[in-house]
Design a protein around this ligand. Sequence first.
Ligand SMILES: [Zn+2]
Length: 441
Amino acid sequence: MLAGATTTTLGSTLLLSLPFFSVSVLAHAGAHESARGLPGPGYWYQRDNHPVHDLFKRDSAGATDGVSYPAVGSDGWSNGWPTQWSNDSPTPRAEWVTALNAAVARKAIPTYAPSTVNEAGGIPTYASGLNPNDASVCSGTYGCAIPGDVWNAPDGHIGISFDDGPLPPTDPLLDFLDAQSGKPTVTHFFIGSNILEQPSQFTRAFTRGDDLAVHTWTHPMMTTKSNEDVVGEIGWTMELIHNSTGGRVPRFWRPPYGDTDTRVSAIAKEVFGLTTIVWNQDTADWSLTDSPPGTSLSAINSSYSGWLKGSKSPGLIVLEHELSNDSVDAFKAAWPEIVAEGWQISSLATLIGNGTVYLNALDDTAAVNPVQDVVLAASVGLPKSSSAAPTQSGANLQAGGTGAGTAAAGWVEYQCEAYCRWDEYRAKFFCSANRFTKRTL
Ligand SMILES: [Zn+2]
C-alpha cells in the first residue's frame, strides 16, 4: 500500500497522500447508510431507527472482549482508581511509562518544557525562545492546529459532542435525544473522575449507543503537565472506559480547554493511539452558570444561527457541554435549526472515525478485539495482530532531506496508520483514516 504514497513539496512543507487500501473510504458518517446493497431497493438490514430493529437489537453485554469486568457502579468497579479531582495528576501505570520512554527514545515526543500558567490561571506561556504559534509547538490554546489533530468536520456535516460528563444533566440531554426522530447518538468526552461519580449516566450513555471518548482524569491544562502526568491523565480515563464498556478502547480524546501542543498530542498518539479532537466553533455554554453569566441562551442561539446558515465547508464541530441544565437547554434550543438547515448530523466520533469509534471495536455493540491487539501493543512494541481484519499499521515514512532514518534537524517524519476491519453486519470495510502524525525531528 505504501508504494502508492505520493509526496508533494510545497515550499518547505511536505504533504503525504497515502491510499491505505483499494477499498473506498467514505469520509463521512453517511457511510452507515450506504452499505453494499443486495438485490432490490432499499436496505438489506433494518436501519437503526426502524421499529423492528429494537426487537432484534444485539445484546451489547454479549459483545465484549471476553473478560468479565465488575458491573459499572459496583464496589468492585469503583475500587482501586486514582483519587478523583486531585490537584495532582494520577500516577501512571508502569507500562504506560515504559511506552512513553520508548516513544521519547525514538524521538517521537518533542522535548521542550511544559507551558506554565500563573496562579491566577490564564493563558499558558512557554519558555523564552518557544513560539506557541510555531509548528514546532503549535498550541491549541493559541489557535494553532497540529496536522493530524481534528478541528473541522467534513463538508456538510455537523458532529455532535458534549464535554465534561457524565453528570446529572446528562439525563435531560439523553431524554431529549431519545425523544427525537431516529434517536440520534452523540459523542461524550468523559472525565474519569466524573465517571466514578455518575455510573448510571455513564451506563445510560453507553447502552443507548453513544460514543465514548476521553477528556482526562482531572481536567487540567494539559500543556502545563509533565509527560508522565499527561500519560496518567489520559491512561486512567481510557482504562476506566475500557473496563466499563466490555473492553472497548477509546480512539479519540479532547484536551480540556483545547489546550494541547505538539508534545501533548504526540503523547496521546504515540503512547495510546489516540487522535486529538478540538472544535471549530465555541458556544461558551460552560459560562452560562458563571456568576455573572459569561453568555446567554439567546446569544448561543444567535451564534448557532450564524454557523448553521453559513458555509457548510468545513463542516461543524461545536464545543458543547453536558455540564449544566442550562448548557443542555442551549443545545435543545439549537436542535430544530440544526435539523432544518440541512446538515448531515451524527455523533462526532462516528463522523471523524468513518464509523469506527473505538480502537478495537466499531461501536458499542460490535465485536471487540482484546486490548493487546491495539493500544498496548502499539505502546510497548509488541507485534500487533488482528484476527478480524486486514490491518496495516506502524509504517514509518520519512520525507525531506537525504539519509532516511537519520534524525537530522529540519526533518519531518510522518507516521501513517490505518486499521481496516470487515464488518459483517454492515458488509463493508471500515477504515480509520487521516491517522497521520507529523513530527519535527
Ligand atoms: Zn472540559
